[in-house]
Design a protein around this ligand. Structure first.
Ligand SMILES: *Cc1c(COP(=O)(O)O)cnc(C)c1O
Length: 347
C-alpha cells in the first residue's frame, strides 16, 4: 500500500457488484495491467513503438486486411475511415440509428464536408438492399456524389446475419460504392454468428473494431483496410491530434485482450440470456448478444436505479426502455445481485 496512486478509487462507496450501463465500463484486470507494465514502447508518431506495430500487424492479419491503424476511440476510427473514403461534397449512405450518424456529432460533416443520407433499417437492424439502391444518387450536378455505404454489426446488440449484410453490401458494390463496417463489437457479432473471424470483414473495405468495450482494454480501437487507405487515415488521425507517443502501453492491453478476452464473450452472451429470462415476468424484454432492452409495463420506473444501487447494481436511467449491458466485469455473483434486485423491486 505504499503506492500513492492506488488509494483514492472507490474509497468509502457501496461496492459495485454489477455495472450494467455499458460494456465500456470494463476495467483492466491484473493480467492486462502486467502486460501493459511490461510493454516495449517507442514513439508511435515516428512509427517506433514495437507494441503498437505488433497490434496493428496482428489485427490486419486476423481480419484479413493489408494494414491497420491503432486509434484513440471508435469515434476516431470511424471518422478517419469516413474522411479517407470520401472527399468534400460526397455522401455516405447509412442507417438513422447507426452510431456514425446518431452518436458521433456528425464529425464527418462538420470537419469533412461530407453529407449523410441516413435511412431506416429493417427490424433486424440491417439496411435492406433496395433501400441502398434507391438512396444512391444519379450522376447529376444537383446531387452529392454517393461514395460510401457504412453499415454496423452488432447493432443494438443484434448480430445481423451474414446473408443480410451481403445483400446490402452487394447493392452497394453494384452502385460502385466503397464499404465500411462499424464493427465496434465485431467479436460479439462473430461469436453470435458462429462464423470465421474474417467472414464479416471480407465483405468490407474497412472495418473499425473497439478494444475498449467487451474486450476489456482501457482505451483504443483499430481500423483495418487497404494499405493506401490506412495511410490516409493515419494523416487524418494526426490532423485530429490523435497521434500518440508511447502508446504501446495501451496497445499491449489490446494484444492481451485479443489473446484472452475474445473466446470468453460467449459467457457474456449466456449471462445476458439468463438475465433476460429473469426479467421476462416483469416486462417486455429483447435480448441479443450482450445487451438487453427492457420495457416495464407503464414505462416509467424512475426509482429503479436507486433501488438497484442499494443492491450494488448500476443502471442507466429507467424511463421507457432501458438498456442493460453484460460484460467481463459482471460475474455470476454480480448477475445474481442484479436478478435479486429486480425480483425484489417487482416482487
Ligand atoms: C461505442 C461505439 C462506437 C464509438 O466508440 P467510442 O470509443 O465510444 O468513440 C462506434 N460505433 C458503435 C456501434 C459503438 O457502439
Amino acid at each position: 500500500m505504499s503506492n500513492p496512486y492506488a488509494q483514492a478509487a472507490n474509497a468509502g462507496t457501496t461496492p459495485i457488484l454489477a455495472d450494467l450501463r455499458s460494456d465500456t465500463v470494463t476495467r483492466p484486470d491484473a493480467g492486462m495491467r502486467a502486460a501493459m507494465a511490461e510493454a516495449d514502447v517507442g514513439d508511435d508518431v515516428y512509427g517506433d513503438d514495437p507494441t503498437v506495430n505488433r497490434l496493428e500487424a496482428v489485427m490486419a492479419e486476423r481480419l484479413g486486411k493489408e494494414a491497420a491503424l491503432f486509434v484513440n476511440s471508435g469515434t476516431q476510427s470511424n471518422f478517419c475511415a469516413m474522411l479517407s473514403h470520401c472527399a468534400r461534397g460526397e455522401e455516405i449512405i447509412t442507417a438513422r440509428p447507426y452510431h456514425v450518424f446518431k452518436y458521433e456529432a456528425l464529425g464527418a460533416s462538420v470537419l469533412g464536408g461530407i453529407a449523410f443520407d441516413a435511412q431506416d433499417p429493417a427490424a433486424d437492424g440491417a439496411l435492406d438492399a433496395d433501400v441502398v439502391t434507391h438512396t444512391v444518387k444519379d450522376d447529376d450536378s444537383h446531387h452529392p456524389i454517393t461514395r460510401l455505404l457504412s453499415l454496423e454489426n452488432t447493432h443494438n446488440g443484434k448480430a445481423i446475419p451474414l446473408s443480410r449484410m451481403a445483400d446490402a453490401v452487394d447493392a452497394g458494390r453494384a452502385a460502385g460504392l466503397s464499404l465500411h463496417l462499424d464493427g465496434a463489437r465485431y467479436y460479439n457479432a462473430i461469436t453470435a454468428l458462429n462464423c470465421g473471424e474474417t467472414a464479416l470483414a471480407d465483405m468490407f473495405d474497412t472495418v473499425s473494431i473497439c478494444l475498449s468495450k467487451g474486450l476489456g482494454a482501457p482505451v483504443g480501437s483499430v481500423l483495418v483496410g487497404p494499405t493506401e487507405l490506412i495511410a490516409r487515415a493515419r494523416r487524418w488521425r494526426k490532423m485530429l491530434g490523435g497521434g500518440t507517443r508511447q502508446a504501446g502501453l495501451l496497445a499491449a492491453a489490446g494484444l492481451y485482450a485479443l489473446d484472452n478476452n475474445v473466446t470468453r464473450l460467449r459467457e457474456d452472451h449466456a449471462r445476458a440470456e439468463a438475465l433476460a429470462d429473469a426479467l421476462r415476468p416483469f416486462g417486455e424484454v429483447a435480448q441479443a448478444t450482450n445487451m438487453i432492452f427492457f420495457t416495464p409495463p407503464g414505462g416509467v420506473t424512475s426509482d429503479l436505479p436507486t433501488h438497484m444501487a442499494s443492491h450494488g447494481v448500476k443502471l442507466s436511467g429507467a424511463t421507457g426502455t432501458t438498456r442493460f449491458v453484460v460484460h467481463k466485469d459482471v460475474t455470476d455473483d454480480g448477475l445474481q445481485a442484479a436478478i435479486d434486485g429486480f425480483q425484489r423491486y417487482w416482487g
